[in-house]
Write a protein of this length. Structure first.
Length: 347
């Protein structure tokens, strides 16, 4: 049986070990939502991870939700990500970009001028988010997407995947949980459409399947992964039957995505570890793992790799620390999303 220190191949991506860095929004993009030298330094510091999954990156301007988050739309953004990918590759690491469209979980205060807040249906999410311009703000009341806007968004995801690979990334991951746009389409609480993108289960799956197809058409099935967490109620998400929804989704993507399925194991009415077994490709598990529990999940055949979030905030050399049995540093929660180097590149 492999351990976390053994190499693994995910589709077309060869990883030196199975200790992955989970996607983490850190709200430190530069002007124009462009990655900076500091961001490149941060990811480069963590390059001994078998695979870095970047923070959520928006695939079009409407898809931005949170403050100071990066995009992969403009030439400057592509150039910014090139620095990041180079910093990781220079140290022998691998990096995939998480593509994250926030849909209705957004404030216009955080978005580029002229962009809009769109969702499958015009239903406002409960809750608030932080903005630099006006402090805490309720989520916007979203506009219901037209069919043309849905098609444009799908195509934008394809282009974003292409841009990510042009920037040197080894692949992309579709963020399909935590209440953001793909999850909004899947779930009955947020999708009240009665066209081919809503209503029956088959129709609610269509957006995610179409987005994956668009990305695969641009960069190949071996470079496209997807992240899910069935039952996750984050950002006011609700579905009448998440187990049924995600079982059906996995059946659909089994013949499509060869890179990986990334599952947050949170128990919210669905046994996500059990559900993940129906995926035919490699499975990455996440959430509250340490070395011992991670190795046990591999040994039990539940996972092929483990991603670590908070440990990677405070331990850029997590692989080395695990290997040498050293004590782990604790993250400073006050500086998770603050601008500047403090709590970012100084661990
Ligand atoms: C600061 C921070 C930012 C996060 N941002 C994202 C994100 O952009 N995309 C995502 O899929 N998950 C995000 N997450 C969730 C993590 O990827 C991960 O699922 C979570 O931290 C649990 O794993 P852990 O116990 O190893 O920390 C974030 C978590 C933290 C702590």
């Amino acid at each position: 049986m492999p351990t976390l220190f053994d190499p693994i191949t995910l589709g077309d991506i060869d990883c030196a070990n199975r200790i992955f860095m989970a996607p983490m929004t850190r709200s430190r993009a530069g002007d124009g939502d462009t990655p900076t030298e500091m961001n490149a330094h941060y990811y480069g510091q963590r390059a001994s991870s078998g695979l870095i999954i970047t923070e959520g990156v928006y695939p079009n301007f409407d898809g931005k939700g949170y403050v100071r988050t990066p995009g992969i739309v403009t030439e400057a953004q592509i150039a910014g990500w090139k620095q990041v990918a180079e910093a990781v590759h220079a140290k022998g690491g691998k990096i995939v970009m998480q593509l994250m469209h926030c849909g209705r979980v957004a404030s216009l205060h955080n978005k580029p001028k002229g962009s809009r807040t769109l969702a499958p249906s015009a239903i406002q999410a409960k809750g608030e988010m932080y903005t630099d311009a006006a402090g805490m703000q309720p989520h916007d009341m979203p506009e219901e997407m037209t069919l043309a806007e849905i098609e444009q968004t799908i195509s934008d995801f394809g282009q974003a995947a292409k841009n990510a690979v042009e920037a040197g990334c080894d692949g992309v991951e579709l963020h399909c949980t935590s209440g953001y746009l793909p999850a909004q389409f899947l779930s009955t609480g947020t999708n009240k459409r009665n066209d081919r993108y809503g209503g029956a289960l088959e129709n609610r799956l269509r957006f995610v399947v179409d987005v994956l197809s668009a990305m695969i058409a641009k960069i190949g099935a071996g470079r496209v992964g997807i992240r899910i967490c069935p039952g996750n109620p984050f950002n006011d998400l609700s579905d009448e039957n998440p187990e049924e929804t995600f079982k059906a989704l996995i059946e659909k993507i089994n013949p499509m995505s060869r890179a990986y399925l990334h599952v947050i194991r949170m128990k919210a009415g669905v046994d996500n570890i059990e559900l993940a077994k129906s995926f035919t490709g490699p499975v990455i598990l996440n959430d509250s793992y340490d070395l011992e529990r991670g190795n046990r999940a591999l040994m039990q055949g539940q996972a092929d790799a483990i991603s670590f979030g908070r440990h990677y905030v405070a331990n850029p050399d997590l692989v080395e620390k695990f290997r040498e049995g050293r004590e782990l540093a604790k993250p400073d929660y006050k500086t998770l999303y603050t601008p500047g180097p403090k709590g970012y590149v100084d661990y």
